[in-house]
Design a protein around this ligand. Structure first.
Ligand SMILES: Nc1ncnc2c1ncn2[C@@H]1O[C@H](COP(=O)(O)OP(=O)(O)OP(=O)(O)O)[C@@H](O)[C@H]1O
Ligand SMILES: [Mg+2]
Length: 319
């Protein structure tokens, strides 16, 4: 296989399929940072979606023994790098923290680490659609995001732009997952998490189905989890509405009941999931902050997320 040959050659010296990356990374971050600046004066009622702000540019790399390579031709990447931008300096830290928080309540999430190069921070995210074969070589798994799986073009990833609804995604999981009960429950908890943790960018391309080597189809681990509400100048309305409501501050029990009805689950069941998730998030916040600090250092700006999550969760636990 060309890729195997490339890797063998990589151990022996320079080759056309893998390019060592330190400089390319730096270049990419600088260009991306420039792009971020144009949104500095966006009016409050016309805030862009996070992806429209170009804020989530990704750089796929192969990571081997701590070295980064830019895969060429058919060589697969193993990780994705997401850099901080001039106007969105906290993105990598916010995504890392939000992902750790989601993991702490039992959601399956991508592996993520906060790193830096020449004082530019970035998130290093493992690709969930990769496995190592018996030779230790990276192999691809087939994945489909929910727009692809439901037959919507990528320009329809947001419900407000004519994209799928949460109920359609829920139905897709029930119809296609090899473990429909488990995966549909995860999906419900993901949407609850998005509302409580301020991730308003949970759209149909931020969900995927993964086709495993054993022939099973499963909901992929959750990715692109970020408390977008902690970022000024980004639209705070939810990508998927809850019972017709997109403003996360205006969602009441009646809206959750309506969502339950749309998904054909018992309202009382969804209500107890909501309460349980809110309680667990409140319980876990301090510990996740401590874990973050131990692994990546103190990061005072995370307070913003902590306050937002606490407020949202207390709306549920104190009612
Ligand atoms: N960690 C990951 N591992 C494997 N595939 C991923 C990972 N993160 C994202 N992807 C895949 O890459 C696709 C494109 O992702 P990307 O996030 O760039 O586009 P998008 O979802 O339209 O943009 P955004 O999330 O910025 O709104 C996703 O739909 C998903 O299938
Ligand atoms: Mg995405």
């Amino acid at each position: 296989m060309a890729w195997r040959r490339a890797r063998r050659e990589a151990r022996q010296g320079p080759n056309p399929a893998l390019r060592r990356l330190t400089r390319a990374c730096h270049c990419h971050s600088t260009q991306a940072a420039r792009r971020g600046q144009i949104y500095g004066t966006w009016p409050t009622d016309e805030r862009p979606r996070l992806s429209l702000a170009g804020a989530q540019d990704k750089c796929p790399v192969l990571v081997q023994n701590g070295d980064y390579f830019l895969p060429q031709q058919e060589a697969p990447s193993s990780h994705i790098l997401k850099f901080e931008l001039a106007d969105y300096r906290h993105l990598p830290a916010y995504e890392t923290f939000t992902t750790l928080l989601a993991g702490s309540i039992g959601l399956q999430v991508v592996e993520i680490e906060l790193q830096s190069i020449e004082q530019v921070r970035y998130a290093l995210i493992a690709r969930y659609d990769r496995v190592l074969d018996e030779q230790g070589e990276v192999q691809r798994l087939h994945q489909e995001d929910f727009c692809q799986a439901l037959g919507y073009g990528y320009e329809k990833k947001y419900q407000e732009h004519g994209g799928p609804t949460f109920a359609q995604c829920f139905r897709l999981v029930l119809d296609t997952s090899s473990e429909p009960a488990i995966d549909s429950l995860h999906l419900l908890r993901w949407q609850i998490f998005n509302v409580l943790a301020g991730n308003s960018d949970g759209h149909a391309k931020n969900l995927s189905l993964l086709h495993l080597p054993n022939g099973e189809t499963r909901l992929a681990p959750f990715y692109d989890l970020i408390c977008t509400r902690a970022i000024e100048r980004i639209d705070y309305h939810l990508a998927f509405d809850v019972g017709g409501k997109r403003n996360p501050d205006a969602i009441t029990q009646a809206h959750w009941d309506r969502l339950a009805e749309q998904c054909d689950v018992r309202a009382r069941f969804l209500g107890s999931l909501l309460e349980e998730t809110a309680a667990r998030l409140l319980e876990n916040l301090a510990q996740v902050k401590e874990t973050f600090k131990v692994r990546f250092g103190a990061y005072p700006a995370l307070q913003r997320i902590e306050q937002l999550v606490t407020k949202q969760c207390q709306r549920i636990t104190k009612r």
